[in-house]
Ligand binder design. Structure first.
Ligand code: C5P
Length: 404
């Protein structure tokens, strides 16, 4: 969560029933280490109290009463200049209209005019209001001015009607906020393909062989790459995880499908990180119909699955091959020897070696203990830490390799 750490975020809350979601957003931002200042409009105060936000953020929440004789001399300028990101969530049709016109008649709209940071809006309005030509025109004007939008989503409205205008869930708004904050990161302008999860190799239409990979390390890498400003393609075998906001997810099942997706998507990619646990073996025959118990215990003959990194390595000289290729080595013995061998045979620029015999790290848990190896013989040992931190370090090293 380092991109949100110690960030000065201004959260504007306007008068929509979705204001309750803003409380969760304020809480999530605070938990991620951001310093969150909240401004409520008068209509927002009808739905939710400043005390709610003060309790969640540990900081004062501002209302229009501060505008008239508050302790700070020029409050809006102070708030607007200090912020690194101004999120307005929920943002009503009325506030969108005011922002589009540059109106400044309450603390929130004055501060938006004074703000020198990026602005992110999470619109919330009932059926028909978002589609209304007036609102659409305001949205266009704001987008032209580089105001960012998170949503709105389609779904059930407070009126009971279905349509477009629901405020995005706080976790999604948070994802958009990360994207905006990461825009000028070290990997801005770079395109990175990341594979994640454990592939499934079919035995018959209902059964498959897979492994213990949860996809957590791969998804953490995707988030870290987005935080650093990269465009991310996430080629993912089935996992229980939600892809980070902004990543293009390509869903696959088998090693064969993953190979095809990687080859198809790797055009003009700067780097590939193969964090997926790709099957080494697969059933040589896939039964067309479900195998029946009454037919006895089947003998399943295995064959080699395609090795994606080896295929990429064979394109080493071709111009279409990504500049930096990172692999993983999950080993239960002879960690360094096996990882070094893979680094060479798969022609990698970096390999992340992890000892999966340890119970507290590796497959399916939230933490990892890895060693990074490069072809020049350098070893970087990382003690046990979260997969998110591991991902951030790998991305930092990848950034260095891309700069070379
Ligand atoms: O399975 P192995 O330990 O060889 O995996 C090492 C690296 O190779 C990993 O980065 C993995 O994603 C990749 N791999 C692959 N194709 C396979 C098996 C593994 O690209 N069939």
């Amino acid at each position: 969560m380092s991109i949100l750490k110690e960030k000065r975020i201004l959260l504007g809350v306007t008068g929509s029933i979705a204001a309750y979601k803003a409380a969760d957003l304020a809480s999530k931002l605070t938990q991620a280490g951001s310093r969150v200042d909240v401004i409520l409009t008068r209509a927002a105060e009808q739905f939710i109290s400043p005390l709610t936000f003060q309790s969640l953020t540990g900081r004062k929440a501002y209302t229009d009463s501060e505008l008239w004789g508050g302790e700070s001399h020029i409050l809006h300028v102070g708030l607007g200049h200090a912020a690194e990101l101004f999120i307005i969530a929920p943002c009503t049709a009325n506030t969108m209209a005011k922002l589009a016109q540059g109106q400044a008649n309450d603390l929130l709209s004055i501060t938006a005019l004074a703000a020198q940071c990026p602005i992110l809006l999470a619109p919330a309005m009932d059926v028909g209001m978002y589609e209304h030509p007036a609102t659409q025109e305001n949205a266009r004007v704001l987008q032209e001015r580089d105001v960012h939008f998170a949503g709105p989503a389609e779904g059930r409205m407070a009126s009971g009607l279905l349509g477009r205008g629901r405020m995005l869930e706080p976790a999604e708004v948070l994802g958009h906020a990360r994207r905006v904050l990461g825009k000028k990161g070290k990997l801005a302008g770079k395109k990175i393909l990341i594979s994640a999860g454990g592939t499934r190799e079919a035995i018959d239409p209902v059964r498959f062989i897979t492994n213990r990979s949860s996809g957590k390390q791969g998804y953490a890498l995707a988030q870290a790459a987005l935080d650093a400003g990269a465009e991310v393609i996430l080629v993912s075998a089935p996992t229980a995880l939600i892809p980070p906001v902004g990543a293009k997810r390509v869903s696959v099942q088998s090693a064969e499908e993953m190979l095809n997706a990687v080859l198809r998507e790797s055009d003009e990619v700067d780097a590939i990180i193969m964090a997926a646990a790709v099957a080494d073996f697969r059933p040589a025959q896939v039964a067309e119909r479900k195998l029946k118990k009454r037919d006895g215990i089947p003998q399943i003959q295995l064959e080699a699955a395609p090795d994606i990194l080896k295929r990429l390595a064979s394109q080493k000289s071709s111009a279409s091959r990504p500049r930096v290729v990172v692999g993983f080595a999950a080993e239960s013995r002879d960690l360094l020897a096996n990882a070094s061998e893979k680094l060479k045979s798969k022609k990698l620029d970096l390999i992340v070696a992890n000892d999966i015999s340890a119970k507290d790290a590796g497959f399916d848990v939230d933490e990892n203990r890895v060693i990074l190896l490069t072809p020049d013989g350098k070893k970087e040992k990382l003690s046990l830490r979260s997969k998110i931190e591991v991902a951030e370090i790998i991305l930092a090293r990848l950034g260095d390799l891309l700069e070379k």
